[in-house]
Design a protein around this ligand. Sequence first.
Ligand SMILES: *[C@@H]1O[C@H](CO)[C@@H](O)[C@H](O)[C@H]1NC(C)=O
Ligand SMILES: *[C@@H]1O[C@H](CO)[C@@H](O)[C@H](O)[C@H]1NC(C)=O
Ligand SMILES: *[C@@H]1O[C@H](CO)[C@@H](O)[C@H](O)[C@H]1NC(C)=O
Length: 446
Amino acid sequence: MAGGLKLAILCSTAATIATLFLLRGPLNDAHGDYREPQSTFTEPEPSTCSDGNSNITNFAEVDFPWYTITPTQELIWHACYPSFQCARLSVPLNYSEPRGRQAAIALIRKPSLFPQRSRFYKGPVLFNPGGPGGSGVALILSLGSAFSTILGPQFDIVGFDPRAQHDDGFLEHINTANTATDMLTIARAHGREKLQYWGFSYGSVLGATYAAMYPDNIERLVIDGVMDSEDYYATGWLTNLVDTEKTLDTFFEGCVDAGPDRCPFYAPEPEDIKRNLTTLFDQLRKVPIPVQNSRAYGIVDYGTLRSAVFSSLYSPYTTFLPLAQALKQLAAGDASALVSLLGSLYTPYKCSCDAHAHEFDAVRDAQTALVCNDGDEVPPSLSESEEYVRKLEKVSEWADVWSFIRLQCVGWPKNKKEFRGPFVGDTSHPILVVGNTADPVTPLRS
Ligand SMILES: *[C@@H]1O[C@H](CO)[C@@H](O)[C@H](O)[C@H]1NC(C)=O
Ligand SMILES: *[C@@H]1O[C@H](CO)[C@@H](O)[C@H](O)[C@H]1NC(C)=O
Ligand SMILES: *[C@@H]1O[C@H](CO)[C@@H](O)[C@H](O)[C@H]1NC(C)=O
């Protein structure tokens, strides 16, 4: 293999839709399966399981009964959710044993307006929302129409969930190399030898891995909100936060520009607002604020506020105004707006009389399994962990909300690493690389 990956760089200052370790809830525009911070909130449990959730008719309206589809090796599409099609594809759990145990992949598509025989039809484009382990089905349900508008009606807009299998012993088969091969399998199930793909955030690691493994099988490949793949496979997580402060600075600057009438947390200089926020952090560290409303009760403490501010950086256009409002109230001793901002972040598990209701829910385990299976082993030593946190603190003041990503892999079973790069190769079509100039977790430098 000669030369590096062919790259075309396109920068954009638009808000990122990178979803790396996003928090769930109205703070965020894009969806996926995200790590939630330790909750200090409790919502009242439904008194019995026969609440609205158990209404199977309602369930079918809101969600799709995936269990009604039997996984097959050919793609068989079923009408699902209004205006989408769903399928479940059967793939080998271990690609070295193609006739061995199978895993199932949930697929959704917003079909092209053109039939496959039309000369205008351009085939499927696969998407990955990041996470890692985020749901591509949820991504297409929320943004599939937008992607179709951007790319045009000649494409099928396709999302897929991480591979799943309900028996024991499938966890070790969840890794990025297998997911890359799953993408080729999905392209081939569409009758194509080359992939069209657009991946965000962790989806850039998946795209780079695919490009390194199958450089000849690329029709078009876009990686958007790029992560440093080598740092990812080293379980380093040391390169994500170099622009986080830059993103937060746009909150301070934007608030000054908006003026006292339009920015509730206004002060005359960005430095004043920054200092006011630091004061709030310090206050909550000493004196957390209790909240009780009709939906939730608990305390807003330092960690809650850190998570809220950090996650707001993922969707500045929609979140900075409500964040400013919540901070103003918080400074006056009222944490209820912050709780509203966090919203469904603290939605607890709800029981249901429908045995299938949670069968296909996204689970966070996919994220840990990917990160820890893919990455180098993390030594199980306290001093090493402390040293790591100190190292990350030198990169960013947000080490407190980020260091868990590596540290969750302490004690993870050692396994053979199927793929370690290198990320060089001559791809069959140049790769398009997209980055934001102020991205909180996938900095332009990556
Ligand atoms: C269950 O769903 C049906 C159809 O949407 C609705 O008419 C009915 O009121 C619902 N029942 C409950 C208990 O929510
Ligand atoms: C996959 O199958 C090959 C060949 O049987 C085997 O050597 C390898 O250990 C398997 N991988 C895993 C993760 O079980
Ligand atoms: C923010 O800082 C300004 C200037 O330092 C100060 O006058 C103001 O009272 C502070 N506001 C809050 C909410 O802390």
